[in-house]
Write a protein that binds this ligand. Structure first.
Ligand SMILES: [Zn+2]
Ligand SMILES: [Zn+2]
Length: 279
């Protein structure tokens, strides 16, 4: 019925526009950090590298290939939602005046908090034996991830991941700018989680407030050790459910201490130089 009022050309254009926009977002976020940390300032930032080695190029190519497959599926869902929204099937609102500023702010936080919960529990589900073996394993092929791994999912997992968007659009009234803020924060945190370098300061994981926010070490440990640290933005669910790795704080501080030592140790500088040249 909806498609009766749209030409296939319009549907194709909507899909292509969505695909290009979300691809540019991925290339920008992952690409900028990759260029800075893995190419331009590789030597300078090496002391912050969580695992003191670099992945082979074939791993990066796999991360990018799977990510683009996910982006293709995200664009299918995104363009379908756009068409559904146009025909009034979602709760999205376009006029700011329809709701208060307080509601707008609330909707952004609600989106993030609900997504954090959605991600934690779907991620736990993905780690169940069969789902892990046939689906989630694809994401875990990166044991030493780079920012390009941000969307490197099996197609089935990509569909589950993007499921939060229709869920929220049908659940609560949301303005496109609230959606945009969430998209930027989500992509930023996703890329930071896979960065491979820890840039938060020492003591971050034990600070009264900061300990509730996840770090790069947190998700890096998930890729390296697999059965721990499942959360995305916040450390809330991992703490409540006891799924943080027992050595999370120690590992974080070890990375920061090593970074400090490498800064003023000429002997270890030599070792770093050897590692850098071997990649
Ligand atoms: Zn996992
Ligand atoms: Zn990951």
């Amino acid at each position: 019925m909806i498609l009766d009022t749209l030409t296939w050309q319009e549907v194709a254009i909507r899909f292509l526009t969505t695909f290009i926009l979300i691809s540019l977002r991925y290339i920008f976020f992952a690409g900028v950090l990759y260029l800075i940390f893995y190419i331009w300032r590789k030597r300078e930032f090496f002391r912050f590298k969580i695992q003191q080695k670099f992945p082979e190029n074939k791993n990066i190519i796999r991360e990018i290939s799977y990510s683009f497959l996910s982006l293709f599926l995200f664009a299918l869902v995104g363009s379908s939602l756009f068409i559904l929204r146009k025909h009034g099937y979602t709760k999205m609102y376009l006029q700011f005046s329809e709701h208060s500023v307080a509601y707008f702010i609330f909707s952004v936080f609600a989106f993030i908090v609900i997504h954090d919960t959605y991600f934690y529990w779907t991620h736990r589900l993905m780690h169940r034996k069969e789902l892990y073996k046939y689906v989630h394993k694809v994401h875990h092929l990166s044991t030493n991830p780079t920012p390009w791994a941000a969307f490197a999912f099996h197609p089935l997992e990509a569909v589950v991941e993007v499921g939060i968007v229709p869920l929220m659009m049908f659940l609560i009234p949301i303005h496109p700018y609230a959606l945009l803020i969430w998209v930027l924060y989500q992509t930023g945190m996703n890329v930071i989680g896979h960065l491979g370098f820890e840039m938060f300061p020492a003591g971050f994981t034990s600070g009264k407030i900061s300990k509730w926010h996840n770090t790069s070490v947190h998700h890096n440990m998930h890729h390296k050790l697999v059965r721990c640290n499942y959360g995305l933005y916040y450390n809330f669910w991992d703490r409540i459910m006891g799924t943080n790795h027992a050595q999370y704080d120690q590992e974080f501080e070890m990375v920061k201490t090593r970074a400090r030592k490498l800064k003023d140790s000429s002997f270890e500088e030599m070792e770093v130089s050897e590692i850098l040249h071997s990649t």
